[in-house]
Design a protein around this ligand. Structure first.
Ligand SMILES: NC(=O)C1=CN([C@@H]2O[C@H](COP(=O)(O)OP(=O)(O)OC[C@H]3O[C@@H](n4cnc5c(N)ncnc54)[C@H](OP(=O)(O)O)[C@@H]3O)[C@@H](O)[C@H]2O)C=CC1
Ligand SMILES: CC[C@](O)(C(C)=O)C(=O)O
Ligand SMILES: [Mg+2]
Ligand SMILES: [Mg+2]
Length: 337
């Protein structure tokens, strides 16, 4: 069955412009949604704890900030954009007591609904607007007159207007300029977790680091290895993004293309595919989500260790020096968050 895709003409911006929107969290997604909705003519307030280090950032942008409970009481639409692991506590303590019939609870990712960590009452709308890209680029693309594609899903439609509201919200952050696909919380959650673990973040990072290690351990200079395995990856992926894998293969040399066909499947072989299938199984049966929540509840001991180990990998030191020589590469991720 073909996906249902919505564009600007299919969404009515007036719907979200007529609502009071609370964005809880002002991080990667939160700042992007809040600023772009504001620039689209929507009344927005930001929900952050007292003493939050994000408060000055939001206030510098002229946004009104309150506690999560205060803005939830004020809003018609509450978009929960704090970290997934923090959401169930924010929901229980700050949002649930302020939900009245007909309000809408929105998510940027379906994890807390998919795994039953949040169970909203039946008399509110529950929907998702999930950009398929990092928040800082969601904002950058909006400002540039472009947009990051989004997924929308409706879990509960108490008012009968949940889908139209979600499409209107997606238009307000630029998503319908690129395309908005209707899906379910389950499909978004499971594909998003799989993509970030196996391909986009986990798979790509491990591929780059391992390629860099193989070259440097064989005695090649780290700078050459960095350009080969990390810097040039963006240029290659840009071609895939613009015209598919076929366009990348058209642009590279025949030598590279032949190496691609004959060596690529030796790197990403049947064992890797089986491991990807196991990873998908852990997402589907809920064991990844349980592990994530338990790790967070324990104070993130492993998460912190992995983060430190990743930052200490030799590729980071080499990259830092080289990027400093390329002013167009080494730029702040965003001016607004
Ligand atoms: N990152 C991304 O690009 C994408 C994220 N998503 C989804 O969007 C949601 C948000 O993710 P992301 O933007 O990465 O989140 P971030 O980690 O960037 O969120 C950090 C923000 O949340 C605030 N925060 C933390 N705890 C609380 C709390 N208890 N109450 C209120 N605010 C709090 C932080 O405040 P402080 O400064 O005080 O710590 C900060 O402003 C998640 O559901 C995620 O899966 C979906 C697509 C892509
Ligand atoms: C790829 C990671 C992501 O799913 C995203 C930017 O879309 C996330 O959770 O940050
Ligand atoms: Mg994602
Ligand atoms: Mg994700």
């Amino acid at each position: 069955m073909a996906a249902e895709v919505f564009y600007d003409d299919d969404a009515d911006l007036g719907i979200i412009q007529g609502k009071k929107v609370a964005v809880i969290g002002y991080g990667s997604q939160g700042h992007a949604h809040a600023l772009s909705l504001r620039d689209s003519g929507v009344e927005v307030r930001i929900g952050l704890q007292e003493g939050s280090k994000s408060r000055p950032k939001a206030q510098e942008q002229g946004l009104t900030v309150g506690t999560p409970a205060e803005v939830s009481a004020w809003a018609d639409v509450i978009m929960l954009l704090a970290p997934d692991t923090a959401q169930r506590k924010i929901y229980a303590e700050d949002i649930a007591p302020n939900l009245t019939a007909g309000k809408a609870l929105f998510f940027g990712h379906g994890l807390n609904i998919r795994y039953g960590l949040i169970e909203p009452p039946a008399d509110i709308d529950v929907a998702m607007v999930a950009p398929k890209g990092p928040g800082h680029l969601v904002r950058r693309q909006y400002v540039d007159g472009k947009g990051v594609p989004c997924l929308v899903a409706v879990e509960q439609d108490a008012t009968g207007g949940a889908l139209a509201l979600a499409l209107s919200y997606a238009k307000g952050i630029g998503g319908s300029r690129a395309g908005v696909i209707k899906t379910t919380f389950t499909e978004e959650t499971e594909t998003d977790l799989f993509g970030e673990q196996a391909v986009l973040c986990g798979g790509a990072s491990a591929l780059v680091q391992t390629g860099f290690e193989v070259l440097t351990e064989a005695g090649y200079t780290p700078e050459v290895a960095y350009f080969e395995c990390l810097h040039e990856l963006k240029l290659i992926v840009d071609l895939m993004y613009e015209g598919g894998i076929a366009r990348m293969r058209y642009s590279v040399s025949d030598t590279a293309e032949y190496g691609d066909y004959t060596r690529g499947p030796r790197v990403i072989d049947a064992r890797v595919k089986e491991e990807m299938q196991r990873i998908l199984g852990e997402i589907q049966d809920g064991s990844f989500a349980r592990e994530l929540i338990a790790e967070d509840d324990a104070g993130r001991p492993n998460f912190i260790k992995y983060r430190e180990q990743g930052a200490a990998h030799p590729i980071e030191e080499t990259g830092k020096k080289l990027r400093a020589m390329m002013s167009w590469v080494d730029r702040p991720i965003t001016e607004t968050a």
